[in-house]
Design a protein around this ligand. Structure first.
Ligand code: FMN
Length: 184
C-alpha cells in the first residue's frame, strides 16, 4: 500500500460506486429536485434518513424552509433522468415542468418512475464543512410493486429492479446479478 497525504476528495472516485438518488421538496413557493450520492440511513427506530446538500444548491434553502424532503430511488434505466436533474439548477429552470409528479401528504413532490420513495419530515441539520447534513424521519414510503417485493415481515426488498449506482465523472452502472452470493 502507498500512503498519500495530499489528495482531491472531490475526485476520490476510487471510493465509489455509490447509490444515486433524487431528493425533492416544496416550500410553498418553489419545488426543488437535486441528485445526491451523499445520503444514508441513520436510525431504524425511529426510521431516520440523512442527505448531504451543498448550501449553494437551490434545493438547500427550499428544504430548510419546507422542513420536509422526499428521497427517490430510481432504477438503472432512469440514469439519464438522474443526470438531468443533477446537472441543472432550479434557479434557472422549473424542473417540475418536465417531471410528472404528485404531492405526498407531507407536500413533497413525488416524481413518477422511482421504485422506492422515502417521504421525510425534517428533524435537524448541521453544517459539515462545505455541505449541510439534513436528516428527517421517514413518515411514509412509496414503492413500485412491480419492482420491489413486500415481505410478510414488513420488509421491502429489491425484486427485479436494477439499482442505479454512480461511478463518478458522469458514469453510471448497476449491480451484476451474477455477483450475488447468499452467505446467511
Ligand atoms: C450523480 C450526482 C450526484 C450528486 N450528488 C450530490 C450530493 O450528494 N450533494 C449535493 O449537494 N449535490 C450533489 N450533486 C449535484 C446536484 O444534484 C446539482 O448541483 C443539482 O443541479 C442541484 O440542483 P438545484 O440547484 O436545483 O438544487 C450531484 C449530482 C449528480 C449528477
Amino acid at each position: 500500500m502507498e500512503q498519500k497525504r495530499v489528495f482531491n476528495f472531490r475526485r476520490l472516485y476510487a471510493s465509489y460506486p455509490r447509490s444515486a438518488v433524487v431528493a425533492t421538496s416544496y416550500d410553498g413557493t418553489y419545488k426543488s429536485a437535486l441528485s445526491l450520492v451523499w445520503h444514508t440511513p441513520l436510525s431504524f427506530s425511529p426510521p431516520v434518513y440523512a442527505i448531504s446538500v451543498a448550501p449553494k444548491r437551490f434545493s438547500h434553502d427550499v428544504i430548510l424552509k419546507a422542513l420536509t424532503f422526499a428521497v427517490h430511488f430510481f432504477p438503472y434505466e432512469k440514469a439519464e433522468l438522474v443526470e438531468w436533474i443533477g446537472s441543472r439548477s432550479g434557479r434557472d429552470i422549473d424542473k417540475f415542468a418536465h417531471l410528472p409528479h404528485f404531492m405526498s401528504p407531507l407536500e413533497n413532490p413525488i416524481i413518477e418512475g422511482a421504485y422506492l420513495v422515502l417521504d421525510c419530515q425534517y428533524l435537524d441539520h448541521r453544517l459539515v464543512g462545505d455541505h449541510t447534513l439534513i436528516w428527517g424521519e421517514i413518515k411514509h414510503i412509496y414503492y413500485d410493486p412491480q419492482l420491489v417485493i413486500e415481505g410478510e415481515d414488513g420488509g421491502f426488498e429489491l425484486g427485479k429492479v436494477r439499482p442505479l449506482l454512480y461511478v463518478g465523472k458522469g458514469k453510471y452502472a448497476s449491480l451484476d446479478p451474477s455477483s450475488l452470493i447468499t452467505l446467511r
